[in-house]
Design a protein around this ligand. Structure first.
Ligand code: IMP
Ligand code: MG
Length: 184
């Protein structure tokens, strides 16, 4: 258990099991991912980064600043989890991007791929809008999804099968503001 004062001050007294990725490790990997993405999309073709809210809000804001080429950013909100830590298997679109996907390279930026349900429901829905390409960039991948309709093209870290919080990831809406990723 991690019970240092600086951690407890941020978690409101709740100890963490451990810090899984430090802020520095995340920044280094996000920088590499930005470079990989910039190199992977043809230079003069339209790129739209579509962040999956809420969990990806910090990841997207860091990632897009590491992609040194023109792009646009939009978000979509798909609610798949309730207050608990278990997937309900039900994905609802609460906010649908206003951006047109047709003919553009679209990268869905996801904080973490767990069961894969969110992506499996979203990808067919977004494919109908005829993007030029549709790829997934996931900061974390637990590699437990049995049948992903599309493997993420870019993955930040192969994550342990623990419940992770911080850097945008929440537990019942708490802990999103931790600068590191920890295990509850
Ligand atoms: P999936 O649909 O099961 O792949 O889950 C995707 C979403 O569930 C992610 O975008 C997260 O918001 C949430 N989620 C999955 N695993 C975790 C976790 O370990 N910590 C926090 N949120 C998680
Ligand atoms: Mg969540």
């Amino acid at each position: 258990m991690l019970e240092t004062e600086s951690v407890l001050a941020r978690t409101g007294g709740r100890p963490l099991r451990r810090i899984v990725y430090t802020a520095e490790e995340i920044a280094g990997r996000v920088r590499e991912m930005g470079e990989e993405i910039a190199a992977g999309i043809p230079e003069h073709e339209d790129l739209l980064v579509l962040g999956l809210l809420k969990g990806s809000f910090i990841f997207v804001s860091d990632l897009v600043r590491e992609i040194a080429r023109p792009l646009q950013v939009d978000f979509l909100v798909a609610a798949s989890y309730g207050a608990g830590t278990v997937s309900s298997g039900d994905v609802r679109l609460l906010y649908d991007p206003s951006a047109d996907l047709e003919g553009r390279h679209v990268i869905i930026a996801e904080d973490i791929v767990d069961s894969g349900t969110t992506l499996n429901r979203l990808i067919p829905l977004l494919e109908k809008r005829r993007p030029r390409s549709l790829e997934v960039c996931a900061l974390l991948h637990k590699h437990i999804a049995a049948d992903l309709v599309r493997e993420p093209r870019w993955v930040g870290f192969d994550a342990p099968q623990e419940f992770l919080i911080g850097y945008g990831l929440d537990h019942s809406e708490d802990f999103r503001n931790l600068p590191f990723i920890g295990s509850l």
